[in-house]
Design a protein around this ligand. Structure first.
Ligand SMILES: Nc1ncnc2c1ncn2[C@@H]1O[C@H](COP(=O)(O)OP(=O)(O)OP(=O)(O)O)[C@@H](O)[C@H]1O
Length: 649
């Protein structure tokens, strides 16, 4: 006779859950790892060993587990993990989960792409499950991320792994218009994945918003969230949370500052730095290169690089939003033959999400500020990370290059360093970053400056973008903290201006100013002094349009100023050159000197992509300066004449 397949009713389900929770609690209690130990150093479990209850009051060891199904976690979480394809644990998961599952505070540090997300998503789900958390219990866990895109990604992982649980979860990020709907429902949510600004907004504005029962607080990219840029927001958030809670902090570059940790009232945290003994601070499968590129050659080099990688996925970092806009708009008009996209903090949220999703899917080039530097996974498939502008510090470098070579995949990165920034190379090497240094080969450069000059004449709006890019870049260098690396006085500004296609070098007022960063009423400000003007300017204001704060969630801090100047066209894909039909109509043939080339070596083999712009043998900085100066002079002269002719007609 066929067995009846009737599902157990609710009561039976509840009893089964209660029994499972009792078993998990006893299992966790009986096999707790000793505080201060790293489970990675315990021998791995024998595959044949029985799992869970193995005698009357005896349970299997879970320290030393290598697979998720060997852990004392619920069937629901195990099911979610399995269906999402997660079977074996990564090192940070093996090291931290035994501690976090038994309720301890964690400071977790592991290389980029090593699986830190699951290391906090699993304990969040399990804690609430074991507490039998329900809709009426309200907010049980808060996961904070520094950027909206990362919060979105974390939310997706939470949904996938937690799909069999009954918790309600919400994504609370700035830039979304549905704040009023959010306010109505936020108290019904059990797990909040949010950016600091939006969370604080709810804390300030949502009637009866209640986190008093919070069980687990997670800070992803913890060092960034504890950083000065978020200090005020984070202090305000933490002041409204109960002290009795579990706190999990994760990052590839972790803070050890006692002051920072004191702000979070951590209780005897377990410090788990799983790659501390590793010979490198970056993923093993990541091939890293640095090369000298003078400021006025950066765009030539970047253009040549893109042309040599038309079948790849490239993530390009520039230092400011204006830089991103200019390079994106200009290169888009030059049609390199690969879709181009851009991402920065001044774009509307929906568009940002759209760009992020598209870049996960297709081969393309994404120009970005540091908004994309942390945490983002892009489906593991970024081929190259190109840092056109030097990162502000070693941590920033590690996070940027970490967008490639994720989990077990390979990846490559290249850093353009100006001659005055060579100190950064030393700093990277001191920080255990195996970076190969090579000299650029100008013979293979495809110059783009002349084309930009022509573009600026054809499209006068572009001139404004170029000027803003010029000024904001110099200002970003001027206010960098690390003066050993960044010195605006060492830059040849006229050549730089010409390389952007500008006919005249814009005035640089701030160069006479002394800028000193200091704290006023707990808020970072830059004190600016020059002969004419003496003022104190809030840090965010000075950085407006440009640096880090544009990229974070600013809905609270800058709601009034925030304007979306990302025009619709700014983020649209550019069709590859093969589809361009209007090309013939252009008066200026911008394509002429920059056709796609294949480069072959002496044996007739195609050269690896980087070799088309890099030349390890050449020892000199690759610039015939006289020729270049002559060239710029001529272009400027032509542009002036062109302008005069236009004015006359
Ligand atoms: N146990 C696992 N088995 C298979 N894949 C995994 C496992 N854990 C994580 N991954 C995958 O590895 C990739 C990187 O994971 P994750 O984004 O959590 O890294 P991370 O350490 O947080 O990186 P970052 O420091 O850049 O934020 C993701 O694509 C994720 O799906």
């Amino acid at each position: 006779m066929k067995k009846s397949k009737r599902k157990p009713n609710r009561k039976v389900f509840r009893t089964m859950e209660t029994e499972e929770i009792e078993l998990i609690n006893s299992w966790i209690d009986s096999q707790k790892p000793e505080s201060g130990t790293n489970p990675l150093s315990s021998p791995p479990l024998d595959k044949k060993q029985p799992i869970g209850r193995i005698g009357d009051n005896e349970f299997s060891r879970y320290v030393g587990s290598t697979r998720f199904d060997q852990l004392p976690i619920s069937k629901k979480t195990k099911g979610g993990l399995k269906e999402a394809g997660y079977v074996k644990m990564t090192d940070i998961q093996r090291a931290s989960l035994p501690h976090s599952l038994c309720g301890r505070d964690i400071l977790g540090a592991a290389k980029t792409g090593s699986g830190k997300t699951l290391a906090f998503v699993i304990p969040v789900l399990e804690k609430l499950y074991r507490e039998r958390w329900g809709p009426e219990d309200g907010v049980g866990s808060i996961i904070i991320s520094p950027t909206r895109e990362l919060a979105n990604q974390l939310f997706d992982v939470l949904k996938a792994v937690g799909k069999h649980h009954n918790f309600s979860a919400g994504l609370l990020i700035g830039g979304r218009k549905d704040i009023d709907i959010e306010k109505e429902h936020v108290n019904e949510l059990n797990i909040l994945v949010c950016t600091p600004g939006r969370l604080l907004q709810h804390m300030d504005e949502t009637p009866n918003f209640d986190c008093s029962q919070l069980q687990v607080l997670v800070l992803d990219e913890a060092d960034r969230i504890l950083d000065v840029g978020f200090k005020k927001a984070l202090n305000a958030i933490v002041s409204q949370l109960p002290k009795h809670r579990q706190t999990l902090l994760f990052s590839a570059t972790q803070t050890k500052s006692v002051q920072d940790l004191a702000r979070l009232s951590l209780k005897d945290p377990e410090y788990l730095g799983v790659h501390e003994e590793s010979v490198t601070a970056t993923p093993n499968h990541l091939q890293q290169t640095a090369m000298i590129v003078p400021l006025d050659q950066k765009l030539d080099m970047l253009w040549s690089f893109i042309k040599a990688h038309l079948n790849s996925k490239l993530l390009i970092f520039l230092s400011s939003c204006k830089q991103v806009k200019f390079v994106f708009e200009a290169f888009k008009k030059l049609r390199p033959g690969i879709p181009l996209k851009c991402l920065h903090g001044r774009m509307k949220q929906q568009r940002r999400m759209g760009i992020y999703a598209q870049f996960c899917e297709k081969r393309s080039v994404l120009f970005s500020t540091d908004v994309a530097s942390r945490g983002l996974d892009f489906n593991k498939a970024v081929d190259w990370v190109v840092q056109v502008d030097c990162p502000e510090d070693v941590a920033s470098y590690i996070h940027r290059v970490g967008r490639t070579a994720r989990y077990n995949t390979g990846g490559r990165s290249v850093l353009f360093l100006m001659p005055s920034e060579m100190k950064m190379l030393e700093k990277l090497r001191e920080a255990k970053i195996p970076i190969h240094f090579t000299k650029a080969n100008t013979k293979r450069l495809q110059p783009v400056s002349g084309l930009l000059a022509a573009l600026l004449v054809k499209y006068p709006d572009m001139q404004h973008l170029a000027q803003r890019a010029f000024i904001t870049y110099l200002r970003s260098i001027h206010i960098q903290k690390d003066k050993e690396v960044f010195d605006v006085k060492k830059l040849s500004v006229d050549e730089f201006s010409a390389s952007l296609g500008l006919p005249m070098t814009p005035k640089i007022r701030f160069l006479n100013q002394k800028i000193k960063e200091k704290m006023v009423s707990g808020r970072p400000v830059f004190e600016i002094t020059d002969k004419e003007d003496e003022s104190v300017i809030p840090r965010e204001k000075l950085l407006t349009d440009d640096l880090k704060e544009e990229d974070v969630d600013k809905d609270i801090l800058e709601r009034k100023d925030t304007q979306d100047d990302g025009k619709a066209t700014l983020t649209e894909d550019v069709m590859p050159a093969t589809r361009v039909v209007k090309k013939k109509k252009l008066k200026i043939n911008v394509h002429r000197p920059v056709g796609t080339r294949f480069v072959f070596d002496e044996e007739g083999n195609t050269l690896p992509p980087l070799a088309t712009v890099a030349d390890a043998k050449s020892a000199d900085v690759p610039l015939d300066q006289d020729q270049k100066t002559e060239y710029y002079k001529r272009i400027r002269e032509e542009l002036k004449q062109c302008r005069q002719r236009r004015q006359a007609s």
